[in-house]
Design a protein around this ligand. Structure first.
Ligand code: GLC
Ligand code: GLC
Length: 651
């Protein structure tokens, strides 16, 4: 079969069947154009996944109707934004971009109160705000909102959908893009679909993976990982009401959706377009690696998961093209890269950079970071990394074992060391982290803790040790310097800008005690903000240092769309990279970043910069962080303990 010819025939038939008379002429024309432009890709992907369903054409018809209705409901202001963004597809690469992720309740109380925090966000320079999932979800444990009971309703404790829409408008006016979660691998077991499935409704039982007995689940189980082994072994949960086993990759109350059923793809597309119409600029594709199940595999990163994400992306481009996808794939670096494409996810978390920065923090060595970034940092110029140091989740050591082996690191032992180090079990460690998801069978675990606590500030304050405190402050700034400068959207985790320490109060809350990630999901109080204004505190030094780096980033185009090269500088404690505008640009300046992960002074032989200096014919540089000018670039540069330089070379 010739897919191109079939696609053309199909879209003609579909469009001739659809009634667009209740749209304005201009809208009807635009809708048709967008459908025609995106249909070949949409058809190819869905055909790949669903062509064996005898009623495939019926589902295409339904899908077109869903898109038509969503298109009609899209507000004029958002349609205007769609047009603008189509002209500026690179918007997320700007040097002004700076993200923050926060929980509505922990950061502000509720959505209405969040309005009042806009000046604070503006003062920090935030241009992108990810609100952690705020939809209706089960009382008590809801996996921090990642168990969604209704995508169209906001958790009543936080406000209403109309509060969310007006917040979106206010943020947009303040120059802040809104990022919402699209939790589409699973729903909560209290979602209407799940409730009906529990009651025995066959149609909705087919929305999930439900089995009469353990026979097939056991076959799948042979090759599956366990994500939360601390709360439940295995990937299936017995449901009393329906008397069936249900696939639950994460918590028992998070039911995996069955995407082998095209009705699920359509229903979820409808929910996705609803969220796009609320007025967000990006959707975070939660746990996207898990959406396709294939017997005999680990059911992660399957080719059909990619096909489905491309299909979702086509629907987005038809109805709400200003919205981009952000991939949340916390998997092997080679697999992370496969989601990053303008037809799939234009933005992606960078879990490898995150994990390896922490590796360098522990080891004070940068070889693994350097080698891994040389291999994996470059992505399509249409896309951007979202670089982060901490987020609401645990840290998993997702580096490539082969890269580690090349430099003589035994991955198994090394991961063990990192877990020991960050949970403070390793003798001499400054970190105060908490073990998460410890697997009783393998002893494996992941790490939780706030940026400041993992960097040594909590221990320094406890011991009243000025040097430990000083080093912790420097570490926090060094880590942030990398995510701010290396290229992509830097994403701060709310509270880290103030150096907040671990909060152990979750241990007293029965709905949270079993999930150590709550140790770093911390309420940001007014008193925390005040403390960071008190010049005598380490929190002040963190807030000030960060403010300075953000200002420098936002004032220099070199931090925007410029390319990145990772350097080896011949000192194992130094991480270095260069930012450079592309060949076509008139701006020939270059930025060289040097980061010293050691608590000791280090020397850097500047010979590695020779080619740059020669090509620019420069011998002077300015350190953007301190405004120090080097009239003669020395042959050997001295970096103080945990010090960072941002050297700008211009001709
Ligand atoms: C994502 C979220 C995490 C959640 C999981 C299940 O990985 O970041 O917090 O537990 O998905 O939704
Ligand atoms: C696993 C998953 C990731 C999720 C995390 C939550 O690492 O791969 O998607 O965020 O668990 O703890």
């Amino acid at each position: 079969m010739n897919i191109k010819i079939e696609s053309k025939k199909t879209v003609e038939r579909l469009l001739s069947d659809i009634d667009l008379s209740d749209m304005s002429k201009a809208d009807a024309k635009l809708f048709k154009l967008r459908v025609e432009a995106n249909f070949p890709q949409l058809f190819a992907q869905l055909h790949h996944v669903y062509s064996e369903h005898y009623d495939f054409y019926y589902f295409l018809q339904q899908l077109l109707k869903i898109m038509q209705v969503s298109f009609k409901k899209r507000k004029p202001a958002l349609k205007k934004k769609d047009k603008q963004r189509l002209l500026t597809p690179d918007w997320f690469k700007d040097e002004k971009m700076l993200g923050m992720a926060c929980y509505v309740d922990l950061f502000a109380g509720d959505l209405q109160q969040l309005h009042k925090k806009i000046p604070y966000l503006n003062s920090l320079g935030i241009t992108y705000l990810h609100l952690m999932p705020l939809y209706k979800s089960p009382e008590g444990d809801s996996d921090g909102g990642y168990a969604v009971s209704d995508y169209r309703e906001v958790d009543t404790k936080l406000g209403t959908m109309s509060d969310l829409e007006s917040l979106g408008e206010a943020l947009s006016k303040a120059g802040i893009n809104l990022v919402l979660d699209f939790v589409f691998n699973h729903t909560s077991d209290q979602h209407d679909w799940a409730m009906r499935a529990k009651q025995g409704d066959q149609e909705f039982q087919e929305y999930y993976w439900m089995f009469d007995n353990k026979e097939i689940p056991n076959q799948y189980e042979q090759s599956l990982r366990e994500i939360f082994p601390q709360v439940r072994r295995g990937n299936f949960t017995w449901d009393e009401q329906s008397q069936k086993w249900v696939w639950t990759t994460f918590n028992s109350f998070q039911w995996d959706l069955n995407y082998s059923n095209p009705a699920v793809f359509n229903a979820i597309t409808d929910e996705m377009l609803f969220l796009a119409n609320v007025g967000c600029d990006a959707l975070r594709l939660d746990a996207l690696a898990f959406i396709w199940k294939e017997m005999g595999t680990d059911c992660e990163n399957q080719p059909k998961a990619h096909a489905l994400i491309k299909a979702f992306n086509c629907c987005l481009k038809i109805v709400s093209p200003s919205v981009v996808f952000k991939s949340e794939a916390i998997v092997h670096p080679d697999e992370v890269a496969k989601y990053i494409h303008k037809d799939e996810c234009e933005l992606s978390y960078n879990p490898l950079l995150m994990a390896l920065i922490w590796n360098s923090v522990a080891t004070r060595k940068t070889k693994l970071l350097t080698k891994s970034m040389q291999k994996s940092f470059a992505i399509s110029p249409d896309c951007a990394w979202v670089n982060y140091a901490r987020c609401h989740d645990d840290i998993g050591w997702t580096f490539d074992d082969n890269v580690a082996a090349q430099i003589g690191i035994n991955s198994y032992d090394h991961r063990y060391f990192l877990n020991q180090f960050f949970t403070g079990r390793f003798e001499g460690s400054f970190a105060k982290g908490v073990a998460f998801a410890e697997n009783p069978a393998t002893g494996d675990c992941r790490v939780c803790g706030s940026l400041a606590s993992l960097s040594g500030l909590e221990q320094g304050i406890e011991l009243g040790d000025a040097l430990l405190i000083d080093n912790a402050v420097k570490r926090v700034l060094l880590i942030h310097s990398i995510i701010l400068a290396i290229g992509g959207v830097p994403l701060l985790y709310s509270g880290d800008e103030l150096g907040l320490l671990n909060d152990y109060s979750y241990e007293q809350d029965p709905s949270k005690a079993h999930d150590e990630r709550w140790v770093h999901r911390i309420a940001v109080k007014d008193s925390d903000v005040s403390l960071a204004r008190d010049e005598t505190t380490p929190f002040y030094k963190i807030a000030k240092g960060l403010e300075n780096m953000i200002k420098v980033r936002q004032q220099n185009a070199i931090f925007g769309a410029a390319r990145t090269d990772i350097f080896e500088v011949g000192n194992e404690h130094i991480f270095s990279f260069r930012r450079k505008q592309n060949e076509m640009s008139e701006d020939k300046s270059e930025l060289i970043a040097l980061c010293n992960f050691s608590e000791n002074t280090q020397l850097v032989d500047m010979a590695f910069m020779k080619p740059t200096c020669d090509s620019l014919l420069v011998n002077t540089a300015i350190d953007l962080l301190t405004q120090t000018e080097y009239t003669d670039i020395p042959d050997v540069l001295t970096l103080g303990p945990l010090e960072v330089r941002w050297l700008l070379l211009t001709n």
